[in-house]
Design a binder for this molecule. Structure first.
Ligand SMILES: [Zn+2]
Ligand SMILES: [Zn+2]
Length: 235
């Protein structure tokens, strides 16, 4: 413990902590955002679609009207905008000062998430293809999933594999995203998900096609219930 504290202060001397979104100085490294950026956070608190968790205007869900979701419901903590956008970027490319704890805390803050500890059996994350994971060194969604599992006192497992190293979904239309993901996921050998109630974690919910394909594999293998929790939601 003492060594940790000493190393921590050396680290602080050499690398004074800064806001992960705007680089302004912050007091503590665990504060991922400066006060200004914290004020700009947009929490999704109320008025969202019951099924997929989209923030609603006029109580009509655009996302659900376009895609048949296989998961039972989805919820997200923050709107995908600055400064959260920058934090998601950090989550992907900086394992050292990762905002994973910040986001897993945010996932716990989603009103529906409080029920999860009692009602679910397992936490999993959207998998990366093993080649991409080797390049990056880790799977950012798995970081979130593991942190959440620990806080909920649930086991973490990765029963779904990404078989195809799909190209990035960014800038693809909904239909192109669907085509891109066709057959991309499969069940790992010996994965035991039958009858299980599963929380699927990801960093960003955009159109929902990725989490939906993962949910499809899990449901086909007999999963009883699937809740999708994402740190952020693109609107
Ligand atoms: Zn800032
Ligand atoms: Zn919806």
């Amino acid at each position: 413990m003492r060594w940790k504290a000493i190393l921590g202060s050396v680290d602080k001397l050499l690398f004074p902590p800064v806001c992960l979104a705007c680089n302004a100085p912050v007091d503590e490294a665990r504060e991922v955002l400066c006060p200004d950026c914290r004020e700009r956070l947009l929490l999704i608190a109320e008025n969202y679609c019951d099924k997929c968790g989209a923030p609603l205007e006029n109580y009509r869900c655009e996302a659900c009207s376009q895609l048949q979701y296989v998961f039972d419901y989805a919820r997200a903590a923050y709107i995908y905008q600055s400064p959260v956008q920058e934090l998601v970027h950090q989550l992907k490319y900086d394992a050292l000062r990762s905002p994973a704890a910040f986001f897993s805390q945010a996932l716990l803050g989603i009103p529906a998430a409080r029920r999860f500890a009692n009602n679910f059996d397992l936490v999993t994350a959207v998998p990366l293809h093993r080649v991409r994971q080797r390049e990056r060194g880790y799977n950012q969604s798995e970081l979130l999933g593991r942190a959440l599992a620990e806080r909920l006192n649930l086991p973490f497992a990765q029963p779904v594999l990404r078989r195809v190293n799909t190209r990035s979904q960014t800038n693809l239309s909904r239909q192109a995203r669907l085509d891109n993901l066709e057959g991309a996921f499969s069940l790992a050998r010996k994965a035991a998900v039958a009858g299980k109630r599963i929380i699927v974690v990801d960093d960003v919910f955009t159109t929902g096609t990725t989490v939906n394909e993962v949910s499809r594999v899990l449901k086909a293998a007999g999963a009883a219930r699937i809740a999708v929790l994402t740190a952020t939601r693109a609107v």
